[in-house]
Ligand binder design. Structure first.
Ligand code: NAP
Length: 268
């Protein structure tokens, strides 16, 4: 299942997040995901595993144009010149000719504007197929709109039924920005929720599969992380069932502004 970015390029909606996996574990997870059918891999300079992602992608025997690679500029490397340099380093580590999506990882107050300007240059010079942001809640997006020449293709934020950012989702959809959900499985902290359990039993699916399906039906791009082969497969086995309106609404109603990662507003 793909979505069209505002660049005209396609992006798979469901991807594999590779935060907190290292060395062989990362190579094996990405390799297994590609064999399973995943075509979007979400890494970051900060995760320290771009080389492993590159190795797995190159040995998969799948043509590069069928795989969508996202990476992100590290906080410590933000700023105009530093971002241009960081991009080249990521490209080298990933051992590829281009990056599909380059994200500004966290909106660091002193450097986010210059970082975005450098990312626009990378896009204009066709070194990257799309640029986007991460952790841009509405105030950050409004600020960006005041100086950006390019609308971000993607905004990657923490998003789940327990952190249902309706206003942000509406704004992104209206402005042709794909909302991408990080930590979509809430790092396992909500699997026991009785509403989720009930819906999972009704569809004979796991709680993780229900959450992933909920994102897809909202038009949101979930990037669950797993380095376990059977859970990598489980998280991709979400295309044979459909949540009805009641299920969708029940999941939305679980919102309680619950986060497992830092609140981006601390950066405003
Ligand atoms: P997550 O995907 O919500 O949860 C990952 C955790 O859930 C892991 O402990 C994983 O363990 C477990 N898990 C995965 N599938 C499962 C299943 N089917 N059943 C039970 N447990 C399961 O959390 P996340 O890693 O924080 O977020 C996903 C991705 O989002 C990251 O990898 C990263 O790419 C991205 N991210 C971006 C930002 C940002 O600032 N832009 C921040 C955080 C994350 P196993 O590996 O053992 O399966």
């Amino acid at each position: 299942m793909n979505t069209k970015l505002n660049t005209g390029n396609e992006m798979p909606l469901l991807g594999l997040g590779v935060y907190d996996m290292h060395n062989e574990e990362a190579i094996e997870a990405v390799n297994h995901a590609l064999l399973t059918g995943y075509r979007l891999i979400d890494t970051a300079s900060m995760y320290g595993n771009e080389e492993q992602v590159g190795i797995a992608v190159n040995k998969a025997g799948i043509i590069r144009s069928e795989i969508f690679i996202t990476t992100k500029v590290n906080n410590a490397q933000q700023g105009y010149d530093a971002t241009l340099k960081a991009f080249d380093q990521s490209l080298k580590k990933l051992d590829t000719d281009y990056i599909d999506l380059y994200l500004l990882h966290w909106p660091i107050k002193s450097s986010r504007k210059e970082t975005w300007k450098a990312m626009e240059r990378l896009f204009d010079e066709k070194k990257v197929k799309a640029i986007g942001v991460a952790n841009y809640l509405l105030p950050f997006l409004h600020e960006l709109e005041s100086y950006a020449n390019i609308t971000p293709a993607v905004n990657q934020v923490e998003f789940s039924p327990w952190l249902y950012l309706e206003e942000l989702l509406t704004h992104c959809q209206k402005n042709n920005i794909v909302l991408q959900a990080y930590s979509p499985l809430v790092r396992g902290k909500k699997f026991e929720d009785p509403v989720l359990q009930h819906i999972a039993q009704k569809h004979q699916k796991s709680p993780a599969q229900v959450i992933i399906r909920w994102n897809l039906q909202l038009g949101v791009s979930p990037i669950p992380k797993s380095s376990n082969p059977s859970r990598i497969e489980e998280n991709f086995d979400v295309f044979d069932f459909h949540l009805d309106d009641k299920d969708m609404a029940a999941l939305k109603s679980l919102n309680q502004n619950f986060r497992v990662v830092d609140d981006p507003m601390d950066y405003f």
